[in-house]
Design a protein around this ligand. Structure first.
Ligand code: ZN
Length: 205
């Protein structure tokens, strides 16, 4: 019989899942007003296009919505990897690899390094691209690079409660924030055992 703590935990997970699904549904049609003139937009298929786009009812400007890139790293120190405990929603209190949205004017590699500095205060040397994960449900592509930590001095930023190293058997597998993090870590430790890292591409349901 599950105790109250377990039931509460389960309820929180279900609530989080619902909230994420709702957010994804709304984000797919996020425009209400024209960014150029402020008039209401309408979703319609522009001439020569094949899907509905946010179209300004006054000036006719068409706004395109496309998947966002999330970039991050797997920072390693010997047989351990660096994880951060999230200090922000969604998934507050759960563990993640340092990662975040790619900014305009930034390469994926530069974004991955920046996120690692911002979230963990970690100094790294970036190695190869390691996972490319499509998360079609939420309109995102997650890219993780392998990285070598240059030392073990961390300074978690405001988005992290703490940052620390975990060996494979210590990883809090049931308290990971995202499926892409779980997938990336799984491949990382598998490849590490074989002593051969390769690029992994997958679709995450
Ligand atoms: Zn307009």
């Amino acid at each position: 019989m599950p105790n109250h703590a377990t039931q509460d935990g389960l309820a929180r997970v279900v609530e989080r899942g619902l909230r994420d699904t709702l957010r994804a549904m709304f984000e797919a049609r996020s425009y209400r007003h024209c960014k150029r003139c402020g008039a209401p937009v309408e979703y319609r298929v522009p001439a020569g296009d094949n899907r509905e786009r946010a179209t300004c009812t006054a000036c006719g400007t068409v706004f395109y919505e496309n998947p966002l890139n999330v970039v991050g790293t797997v920072p390693a120190w010997n047989d351990q990897v660096l994880l951060c405990r999230r200090n922000i929603e969604p998934r507050y209190g759960l563990w993640t690899l340092p990662a975040g949205f790619l900014e305009l004017g930034e390469t994926t590699a530069a974004g991955a390094v920046r996120e690692t500095i911002e979230e963990a205060g970690a100094r790294i040397e970036l190695l190869g691209l390691f996972t490319v994960l499509n998360v079609v449900r939420v309109g995102q592509v997650h890219l993780f690079y392998r990285a070598q930590l240059l030392d073990t001095v961390f300074a978690p930023g405001p988005e992290s409660i703490e940052a620390r190293l975990f060996g494979e058997t210590e990883v809090p597998w049931d308290e990971l924030a995202f499926r892409t993090v779980r997938e990336t870590l799984k491949h990382y430790f598998e490849d590490r055992r074989r002593d051969q890292f390769r690029l992994h591409c997958a679709d995450i349901a």
